[in-house]
Design a protein around this ligand. Sequence first.
Ligand code: C2O
Ligand code: CU
Length: 453
Amino acid sequence: MISRRDFIKLTATGLALPQFSWAKNSKPAFDYTLVAEEAAVSIIPGTRTPALTFNGRFPAPILRAKQGMPLRVKLINHLQQPTTIHWHGIRLANAMDGVPYLTQPPVQPGESFIYDFVCPDAGTFWYHPHSNSVEQLGKGMVGVLIVEEKDTVDFDHEIILGLKDWHLDKQGQFLPLTDKRHAARMGTLGNLSTVNGKQQPVYEVPAAGAVRVRIVNLDNTRVFNLSLKQELAAQVLAIDGAPVNKPYELTTYALGPGMRVDLGLITPSKEQDIIIYDQKGDFHFEVCKLKTVKSKLKLSGKIPVLPANPFAKLDLARAQTEKFVFEWSGQLSTIADSNKEELFWTINRHGWQCAEMAHIPQPLARLKLGNTYIFELNNITQHVHPIHLHGHIFTVLDSNQKTIQPYQADTVLLDENEKVKIAFVADNPGNWMLHCHIIEHMQTGMMGYISVI
Ligand code: C2O
Ligand code: CU
């Protein structure tokens, strides 16, 4: 007899889970090795793409950890270039944050580094290098990290959807991942869309079941406007891993690079296809399909409530405001050294390509440990920017363009000319990056860091 858990494991993503141990007293309980290496992977069936990978494959291993418990990952660098791993959205110790020079020396070819930290929050997270990011992320080094709730939350089924576009020709060879004209605008979109490395895959889900769909935007550039189109209602349960205060019905959800959303849905009791779309105006482009199958398993058919993560309470009455202006600065694009990527994008008039350089500039702001801060994020460009802060989860308070029900996140998508206020308690000491997650924007200047002391 197949148990419900086995069913979930077998069918959730079709991926084998990497080795880990549930043994109570072995420390840490979650122990992985990730080898950064070049490997041929098959993205277009019948072709071989010379990718950069974790453990020689795409998708990269899905790492699972448990809230409040240590996670250890040994990174072995078999690439011909330095790398690191950043744990996107995890409130960890600064030394484990994976930003070259800012939080650790880059891991050189042939070297290894052990990341060892506790995940205080449950939810859907991900990991990627913070080094030569256009290439390393663009060629495949992106993976999902799931932190299970401390007290198990029971869905009937779970699906993980890792969205990534590729820049490939028909033979599976890489096309340029970036060009200056696009880098200075919305970024260079890929030409081949995949979900978990497959084009428009179909996943079976039990009929009349409560399904958790964890959607992770692993792409360097693309913003998805996720929708379901048909009558079937999906609930938005969590954003960037953090459960929303009150689940609400999905209309469309703008998922920028780096962002995640957890949806909950009760599948129809009859056999039916549920299509997840990327909606552009009136047009719906299929991302992937869930297909209900009759299940003999005992299903709850009820979407459980996700417990809130343990964030410090905001003290808005005494909060100090810091302003950040995101801007395009053409005048910076004439830097002499033609080997360097040009700087077009700035935060408060500064452009930085830190991750490539040992030289660390001044922080964008210095925050006092334990105080609440409001960040006013002001996008004065004609392009959208998903702005990500490391090491903290913030509350999105309001926007000059739309009504916001405050919610927690680690990345906020700023629309054209949008000004958004976020707030958080600076309770994690260290130097934490603040940057755009459109990777070409980041690598051409839209990045900086704040210092919490
Ligand atoms: Cu996904 Cu600096 O982050
Ligand atoms: Cu940007």
